[in-house]
Design a protein around this ligand. Structure first.
Ligand SMILES: *Cc1c(COP(=O)(O)O)cnc(C)c1O
Length: 359
């Protein structure tokens, strides 16, 4: 068997460590930036009613028009802007890279950042160049601009706010990158529901800017829907790479339905933002911790030297699952990332965390 694999599977694929999802049965799940809240009972009933007469024997609407209409209205896009949907924004990253991939071409992003940029670059045969952030997790602008000069990347990915650090990079720095990039710049606004700023309004000022969003972190992770917004000309090309019917019937219905009830999602995001503030304040009271600023629905912190694995394991034994960033090394050494949950979940985290921090 091994011979077959080694003969035919590309070496760069064999070298990749598969994206690992931690088992989470019966745990307080604070590892994956999910919204902890479900739908209120009357919304659940209305949803069941909505699905009753849906024709599941038919292919979905290939362009998801009714969903597109709702989102385009909400975002007040101009006429020369368009939207492409993906099965999560992960698929959009793949679509963009597939359309741009050619031997010798590269992708750039600051690191540490969302790991899928580098993984998908490898899948599609693009080189990846990461530029290390400053120790406060801000962009190292001179280094980034230099690296762009050197590598001439086909596309730059900037997660805004960034995952796994939680901060939003300086707007001025990002504008410099957009202006000096030789190729496309994708602002990945996965955490926009919890952030203060967006680049959607900037698309009209730059020919090379695309903004990507997802409903995952907003409370609809199970539906898998991402969307990107940019000039019509780019979207026309990317749409050719998209597989037909990539957004299934249930996703189209479900996200449309949820957006019709967007007050519920908005209130949940508000609650999460308030609880993020409380969580950050409480953690800041431990003098031995460094708590990083967050504009996302998670908080990243650095624990005392060499303690991250022990604290992470202790939490896990207490039934609280977070993300241990420390094994990723570099700037993330000794760092943990905790998703903001319900007030009760956050309290359970804090109880267990303070216990293991002191032990
Ligand atoms: C979670 C996350 C995504 C993935 O979103 P999906 O729509 O669930 O695929 C994309 N970008 C960043 C920065 C994320 O943290």
């Amino acid at each position: 068997m091994k011979n077959w694999i080694e003969r035919w599977v590309r070496p760069e694929i064999r070298d990749i460590k598969a994206y690992h999802v931690q088992p989470a049965a019966n745990m307080i799940k604070l590892d994956a930036m999910e919204n902890p809240y479900g739908w209120p009972p009357e919304m659940q009933s209305a949803w069941i009613e909505r699905t009753r007469y849906q024709a599941f024997n038919r292919y979905p609407d290939p362009t998801a028009e009714s969903l597109r209409h709702i989102l385009m209205q909400e975002l007040a896009l101009s006429d020369d802007q368009a939207m492409v949907f993906g099965n999560g924004s992960d698929e959009l990253i793949q679509i963009i890279m597939m359309a741009l991939s050619q031997p010798g071409r590269s992708v750039m992003s600051p690191v540490p950042t969302f790991v899928m940029y580098e993984m998908i670059a490898k899948f599609v045969g693009l080189q990846f160049h990461g530029v290390t952030l400053q120790s406060n997790f801000e962009l190292d602008l001179p280094a980034f601009l230099n690296a762009m000069q050197q590598h001439q990347p086909a596309v730059v990915f900037l997660a805004y706010p960034n995952n796994p650090t939680g901060n939003a990079f300086s707007r001025q720095d990002i504008e410099q990158i957009i202006q000096q990039a030789p190729g496309l710049v994708v602002l990945d606004e996965a955490y926009n529901a919890f952030a203060d700023d967006s680049f959607i309004g900037d698309i009209q000022h730059y020919p090379n800017l695309i903004v990507m969003r997802t409903v995952s972190k907003q409370g609809l992770a199970g539906f898998r829907l991402g969307y990107m917004i940019g000039h019509q000309a780019w979207m026309t090309e990317f749409d050719k790479v998209r597989l037909p019917y990539n957004i299934n019937v249930v996703t189209q219905m479900g996200v449309t339905f949820a957006l019709e009830n967007s007050d519920v999602l908005r209130q949940q995001a508000e609650q999460i933002k308030q609880d993020r503030t409380i969580l950050m304040q409480t953690l800041s009271e431990f003098s031995e911790l460094k708590v990083f600023d967050s504009q996302a629905n998670f908080v990243t912190l650095r624990v005392p030297n060499g303690q991250a694995n022990r604290i992470f394991d202790g939490l896990k034994q207490d039934g609280v699952l977070i993300k241990n960033l420390s094994p990723m090394g570099g700037l993330l050494t000794d760092c943990l990332r905790v998703t903001v949950g319900t007030p009760n979940e956050n309290q359970a985290f804090l109880n267990s965390f303070s216990h293991h921090l002191k032990a």
